[in-house]
Design a protein around this ligand. Structure first.
Ligand SMILES: [Zn+2]
Length: 208
């Protein structure tokens, strides 16, 4: 897959779910897909924009990558594999097709991977499972992505899962509009492109 990194901004976070936003870090999945991340540090920058990492996390990620570059490269490879599986799952759901068991199993694999960083701990008079502090920041971003995927599959409005109709886009989103007729990832980008195209076509027709 071609890599072309992107300067992520909050305007790019349009999926309504972190797993969808992660899938949206690739453009045009069904054509010639373009990976807009490419490495672990860009995943971290995206995760910060998406609200999965914050505070000192970016410093921690920089340290993690500097102290274990091979581990960071492996994380990226694994994360890209997860992203492809999530795309296949949600693309199948959006189109009413069957979802592969292997792809679903990858969500469980990542849950198990995250569980390694979670411990049962005392909490006042009771107990709770603590996951966040001991885990490397990159792994935590991965955990939040799979948790979002699971939440969407188990409890989400899957009937509102749409794919943007933009020519080179195909980003996915949960349509929370009242009438459920949202067609574009964003009116400012793909929606506007479509409007301009329509306008040009009309002009052409008039001129003919
Ligand atoms: Zn779009």
């Amino acid at each position: 897959m071609r890599i072309s990194t992107h300067d992520w901004t909050p305007d790019d976070v349009i999926g309504g779910n972190a797993a969808l936003d992660f899938v949206n870090t690739v453009d045009k999945w069904t054509g010639e897909p373009v990976d807009r991340l490419g490495d672990a540090s860009t995943v971290a920058r995206w995760a910060e924009v998406a609200g999965l990492l914050y505070g000192d996390d970016m410093k921690r990620v920089a340290k993690e990558i500097a102290s274990d570059p091979k581990g960071a490269a492996k994380f990226y490879k694994d994360a890209a594999r997860l992203r492809a599986a999530l795309w296949r799952i949600f693309h199948a759901v959006a189109n009413g097709n069957d979802v592969s068991d292997d792809d679903l199993a990858l969500i469980d694999d990542w849950k198990a991977r995250a569980a390694r960083h979670c411990r049962i701990a005392r909490d006042g008079d009771g107990f709770r499972r603590r996951c966040t502090e001991a885990a490397p920041a990159l792994e935590r971003a991965g955990r939040l992505i799979v948790e979002a995927a699971e939440e969407l599959l188990l409890e989400g409005r899957l009937d509102r899962l749409h794919v943007c109709g933009g020519d080179s886009c195909e980003w996915m989103f949960l349509d929370t509009s009242k009438n459920g007729q949202r067609r574009w990832c964003s009116m400012a980008t793909c929606g506007n492109d479509a409007k301009v195209k329509k306008h040009r076509m009309r002009k052409k027709k008039k001129a003919a």
